[in-house]
Design a protein around this ligand. Structure first.
Ligand SMILES: Nc1nc2c(ncn2[C@@H]2O[C@H](COP(=O)(O)OP(=O)(O)OP(=O)(O)O)[C@@H](O)[C@H]2O)c(=O)[nH]1
Ligand SMILES: [Mg+2]
Length: 427
């Protein structure tokens, strides 16, 4: 599955400056030689990869790029100045094609990479260049060469920055529709969305991010129930999870319970997903039924250490604040340094084994928790950092460790060991 952003632009390189036809006028020289200078080069059109861009959205507003013409040549053999190139910035991954021929002109992947897409015209030669033995005083000069012009198609494979998760009908598609140009289907029946839709959300001048609307998840989604399973893969590649709940609970479900159920599915699917930063969004606050649930949801967010927003995708209340928070969050985002591919492979092969948790006791009576994924998490968590600690506690809860330890008969103050870490158990 591929999402491709596509847009058309017209580019025109600068024309060369005209050559000059002129003659020297010197004292006591009745007829000086030809002295018209050459015109300067027209500016090229150069595409350049800019790491700050991640969509082609800006080209919807700015479609035509023209480089400056070269200056004309002048008398006394003065050359016209070359015009500077017009630099067109594009996000990494942009493919530039000629619209007429379909030919790929450039595949721009590396930050800072440049490609000349249209060459500026050569400057016209001044008459001085045309002097020959036979014609020592040519009066003609060349015009500048016209700059190339092209109609282009720009294509960009999109990767979503933000993934929306939540039960069916909580309003994921409605949110995407309310803040982007994407038009996902919206309806009151479940599983309206059956394939992911990407929306490009503009946060600011020149800034935007990509939000993935995926089908609703249900209990057992990680095991393949419902439509969500295939799409968890896509959420796995996102930087931030926006977890949407229906604050009105009009479908007879409880949004607080829903939150935990969905998170259990994410944790079941992969550890990586469980560790991803989430924000909690309570939707449908325009409905009176939502009022009763809001304080509970707020408490839930506090307890789990999650940023909380109350919105209405229908009236757009709170949507702007949510979007600008996400935009800022992404601006400050630093990717995890682990080599993604390697860890993915490990999980695909030994996923079940890695996720399995067993508890044993040592001679001192300490509780030893075994589990590859959990031990790895402990090794990778900086317990001096509050946010990291909160995330760890959260996963601890999701994995039901308290219940498992209680089953084994743990008492207040006893020691729990995971990998190299020692924890003191408190209810
Ligand atoms: N009153 C109210 N209704 C909303 C709001 N947001 C969404 N809805 C309604 O809720 C229903 C489901 O909305 P969708 O956006 O399709 O929900 P979804 O989460 O994408 O659902 P799936 O694609 O099935 O997973 C539709 O009838 C929407 O009109 C809201 O803020 N207020
Ligand atoms: Mg939907």
């Amino acid at each position: 599955m591929q999402f491709i952003d596509r847009t058309k632009v017209i580019v025109k390189a600068g024309d060369g400056g005209h050559g000059k036809s002129a003659f020297r006028r010197e004292k006591f020289v009745p007829k000086g030689g030809p002295a018209g200078g050459d015109g300067g080069r027209g500016g090229d059109i150069i595409f350049e990869v800019d790491s700050n861009m991640n969509t082609l959205l800006d080209f919807r507003y700015h479609r035509k790029f023209t480089a400056k013409n070269g200056e004309n040549g002048d008398i006394k053999n003065q050359y016209g100045k070359n015009a500077p190139a017009c630099i067109v910035k594009v996000p990494p991954g942009t493919v530039v094609k000629d619209e007429q021929t379909g030919e790929v002109l450039a595949d721009l992947t590396e930050v800072g990479q440049q490609a000349v897409i249209c060459k500026g015209g050569r400057g016209g030669r001044g008459n001085a260049k045309f002097a020959t033995a036979a014609n020592r005083a040519p009066t003609f000069a060349e015009f500048g060469e016209p700059g190339e012009q092209r109609n282009l198609i720009l294509e960009l494979k999109l990767l979503a920055d933000v993934g929306l998760v939540g039960y069916p009908s909580v309003g994921k598609s409605s949110l995407v529709a309310s803040c982007s140009a994407a038009r996902p289907e919206i309806a009151e029946y479940h599983f309206t969305t059956i394939t992911p839709v990407l929306g490009v959300v503009k946060t600011d001048y020149e800034k935007s991010f990509v939000m993935a609307d995926i089908p609703g998840l249900i209990d057992g989604a990680a095991d393949g129930a419902g439509l969500g399973h295939d799409f968890l893969r896509h959420v796995e590649r996102t930087k931030l999870i926006v977890h949407i709940v229906d604050a009105s609970g009009i479908e007879g479900r409880d949004p607080v319970e829903d939150f935990y159920k969905i998170n259990r599915e994410l944790a079941k699917y992969s550890d990586k997903l469980a560790r991803r930063t989430q924000i909690l969004v309570a939707n449908k606050i325009d409905l009176p039924e939502a009022q009763a649930n809001l304080p509970r949801l707020q408490k839930l967010a506090e307890k789990e250490g999650l940023k909380f927003f109350a919105i209405s995708a229908a009236t757009h209340a709170g949507v702007k604040e949510l979007i600008s928070y996400i935009g800022e969050w992404l601006d400050n985002y630093v990717p995890e340094v682990e080599a993604e591919d390697e860890t993915e492979k490990v999980y695909d092969e030994n996923k079940e084994d890695a996720e399995k948790i067993t508890i044993t006791r040592n001679d001192a009576g300490d509780f030893i928790v075994h589990g590859a994924a959990l031990e790895k998490l402990v090794a990778m968590t900086n317990f001096n950092n509050d946010e990291a600690l909160r995330r760890f506690q959260y996963i601890w809860r999701i994995k039901g460790l308290d219940e498992k330890l209680t089953e084994r008969g743990i008492k207040e103050g006893q020691t729990v060991r995971i990998g190299d870490m020692e924890f003191e158990y408190h209810e």
